[in-house]
Design a protein around this ligand. Structure first.
Ligand code: URA
Length: 237
């Protein structure tokens, strides 16, 4: 890989900034200063910027606690996106949200630059279970829980797969979905004659949203969490 591209993927430097620090003689490859941004580098080589060695990571996996008002996309004309919440030290080229939450939905968004991984956890065939907590306008009833558990028919005639669901309080339910239809949770409860007034995603697979992450905060997933999600993606195939 070109050295400037490598720095763009492994640091918060843009490609332009990477070229500048390389030309300024601040980058060493295996201890030797390299000033050509197009020089080839491979992941087994030691690369340092201004004396700090980079720990090569092929891919990055971040857990974000999305607040309301952010769009699950890499760019938007008028509204802030989930990428705007990633601090510079965790940012790299190619990050995107693996799955979408509505602008008014909060909670766990996984950001990565690993397209294969995103496909494995999201594609309809492999879909990893997602857990949501929904607050409903009207009280939860036994009929409502039974309808969701059986697989509710949406207003457009589409049938949802059976979902694990339980009441947490008079107006809140937890539910686990293994598919990701557009606005699915809101449409499920609308079809059952109720209305979602707040929605948050609390887990992907068996990886729970870290309670230490306040709204808008993010952290890298641990290797163990990434493995658990990869495993869940495989099992769900
Ligand atoms: N279902 C919804 O209706 N909205 C979301 O953001 C996620 C699931």
């Amino acid at each position: 890989m070109r050295l400037d591209k490598f720095l763009g993927s492994q640091t918060d430097l843009s490609r332009k900034e990477a070229r500048a620090v390389i030309k300024d003689g601040l980058v060493r490859v295996d201890g030797v200063v390299v000033t050509d941004p197009g020089a080839g580098v491979d992941p087994l080589q030691r690369v340092s910027v201004a004396g700090t060695e980079l720990a090569f990571k092929e891919h990055l996996y971040l857990m974000l606690n999305k607040p309301e008002g952010y769009i699950s996309a890499t760019e938007d004309r008028s509204r802030p996106t989930v990428l705007d919440l990633v601090p510079p030290e965790l940012f790299r080229d190619g990050l995107f949200p693996a799955g979408r939450l509505d602008a008014d939905t909060t909670g766990f968004v996984l950001l990565t630059d690993d397209g294969g991984f995103a496909h494995d956890i999201l594609s309809p065939k492999h879909h990893v279970q997602k857990t949501y907590v929904a607050t409903l306008a009207d009280p939860v009833t036994e009929e409502l829980l039974a309808a969701v558990a059986e697989g509710i028919e949406l207003k457009d005639g589409n049938r949802c797969l059976p979902a694990e669901v339980r009441a947490l309080s008079e107006h809140t339910v937890e539910l686990k979905l293994v598919e990701g239809k557009y606005h699915q949770v809101k449409r499920m409860f609308a079809a059952a004659g109720n209305r979602v007034v707040a929605l948050t995603r609390t887990a992907m697979g068996d990886v729970l949203l870290d309670p230490d992450l306040g709204p808008g905060a993010c952290r890298e997933l641990t290797e163990e969490e990434v493995s658990r999600l990869k495993e869940a993606g495989k099992l769900a195939k």
